[in-house]
Design a binder for this molecule. Structure first.
Ligand code: NAP
Length: 279
């Protein structure tokens, strides 16, 4: 049976470490979270970010804009926050409602306050080995591997999914850690064939039961990033947990795996932003 990687416990530890570091700063870090529209999942995420900030001693502000607000209003708000010394990080909750140009919005966030690390400057920094912020979800995965002494060096790491938010930065971090990395996507002809070669498999697709036991090498490390709902409305990942956990050496659960780590890494990035701003 696989060892279950406890993301919840590790996230609590990471947040405690952030809280300790925050106390040593000359000023309080500040995070502004902007939510546009009334997507219930986004609302849940925003509420939990607020709670995380409280736990870590980080000042937080929340802005809620209507789904039909003009994009200009959002851009002006970001510009205002870019100029404030008490705000170190700005996060725009994605996805944005129809009609908003996501790239334009993300480009408006100053790279030094881009705690989600989606700005092309920060993406470029990551790719060229000069990273400051790392996108929270892949950063969380790397923390999990470190905590469980799983070294990607020399391992075949297979990342399923190539989004800018998860798949691509995940692959970059594994490469930086000296893994041999393969990225799969919807046009990969035989996903099982590639996954079976993985020493470390990270799935970030968003399709329930995509990864089944026959696609796993004995003793592999299986990281499930996805957040799907089963027929009963219960949270689940891409991985068929019951069967895969009997074959893998390590596995992350959903919920309680990557999700809490993503939140903890946002706190860490906000701390980094405060340090960048001389606090
Ligand atoms: P996304 O932008 O929709 O990307 C999904 C990726 O999966 C795409 O690259 C797509 O390929 C690929 N894909 C789709 N069907 C596939 C198939 N049958 N075989 C192989 N690859 C396939 O999603 P995302 O934003 O990266 O998120 C992925 C999942 O992670 C979602 O469930 C999301 O909710 C979850 N997530 C979780 C956290 C967390 O904190 N735990 C954070 C972020 C996201 P193409 O590029 O070819 O279309």
């Amino acid at each position: 049976m696989a060892i279950v990687i406890d993301g919840k416990a590790l996230a609590a530890k990471c947040k405690q470490q952030v809280a300790c570091e925050v106390k040593k700063l000359s000023g309080r870090p500040g995070l502004a979270v902007i939510i546009v529209g009334d997507n219930p999942a986004s609302r849940t995420y925003v509420n939990s970010k607020k709670k995380d900030c409280e736990e870590c001693g980080i000042y937080s502000e929340e802005y809620a804009l209507l789904a039909n607000s003009p994009q200009q209003e959002l851009l002006e708000l970001i510009e205002l926050l870019n100029g404030r010394d008490d705000i170190d990080g700005i996060l725009v909750q994605l996805p944005l409602p129809k009609g908003f140009e996501e790239q334009k919005v993300l480009l408006t966030i100053h790279p030094d306050k881009d705690v989600d690390s989606f700005h092309p400057v920060n993406v470029g920094r990551l790719v060229t080995g000069q990273k400051r912020f790392v996108p929270c979800t892949p950063a969380g995965v790397m923390e999990m591997l470190r905590e469980y002494d799983i070294d990607p060096a020399g391992k075949h790491c297979v990342v399923v999914g190539r989004s800018n938010i998860v798949g691509k930065p995940m692959a970059m971090l594994l490469l930086e850690a000296n893994g041999t990395v393969t990225i799969c996507h919807s046009k990969t002809p035989d996903l099982g064939e590639v996954c079976r070669q993985a020493d470390i498999l990270v799935s970030a697709v968003g399709r329930r039961n995509l990864i089944t036991a026959d696609m796993i090498k004995d003793g592999a490390v299986v990281i499930d990033v996805a957040m799907n709902r089963d027929d009963a409305g219960k949270l689940c990942g891409d991985v068929d947990y019951a069967t895969v956990s009997s074959k893998a050496a390590y596995i992350t659960p959903v919920p309680g795996g990557v999700g809490p780590m993503t939140r903890a890494m946002l706190m860490k990035n906000t701390l980094t932003a405060a340090r960048i701003h001389g606090k």
